[in-house]
Design a protein around this ligand. Sequence first.
Ligand code: FE2
Length: 292
Amino acid sequence: MTPTVATTCADPVILDQWHPLLPLDEMTADNVGHTILLGEQLSYQLDTDGAPVVWLAADADATALPVLVEYLYVWVCLGSPPEALFAIPEFAEPDRRNIHAGTIGVHVSAPRAIENFLDMGHFPYVHTDVLGAEPHTEVAEYDVHIDPDTNDVWATECVFYQPRAATTSTEGQMSDYLYRVPHPYCVILYKTTPLAAERMDVIALFCRPIAEDRIEAHMFLCLLDPDNSETVIRKFQQTIFGQDKPILENQYPKLLPLDPRAETPIRADKVAIAYRRWLSDLGVTYGVIPAA
Ligand SMILES: [Fe+2]
């Protein structure tokens, strides 16, 4: 049976989240822009002070929705937002390059995109000779936990052989990975940086749900890469995500099944199982097929 795809969002858990609308530098004071979030048509513009204003396009009074500017993006909430967004302290480090690497539209649910981002097993096959290569195909044992203070999902102690882990790579390396899911539709990856032994590059995917089965994924980078141009860095990231897009669009069903018996354990590995259970515990129903 094909699951029903909702046209608007009635899920209070998702309505009450901050959602990444677009990069702040794509908003202007001269023109009103239009976009879609959770099936709702939104309009936006910078005000005369340069602050972003977002409203429901159908609202004759153009009542401003709650907005937040964080990590280069304008975040919007259609319900009652939390006071703050999740913290990425590396963003403020003076030697970091904070870069919006691009936005890619994908015909899939946000949870499917997050789960794919969490999956190391596809590196050698989908990102061949960049993020993985045969015969180094085995995903070694790693740890998963939920942070008791923030309720973020973490996967730690992840290690994977990568032929070309970053734009700063000069040779293959064993990359250490930490994955963090601080928001149902956002995921952050911390990974070995070739230039600094004790620090990690930060790579995040912030998904804007257009509809239940359609997203625009913003790729955010917070890197230790002093030399490469933004063009080179963006192209590297866009190439990788461009390889994921057709895989994601072939996922069936497009909504993520939360029933633990719905898909084989090979596809749903340890962190994926934790993410699905975490979405269930949060009560998320939009973009997923809830467990019976
Ligand atoms: Fe991928």
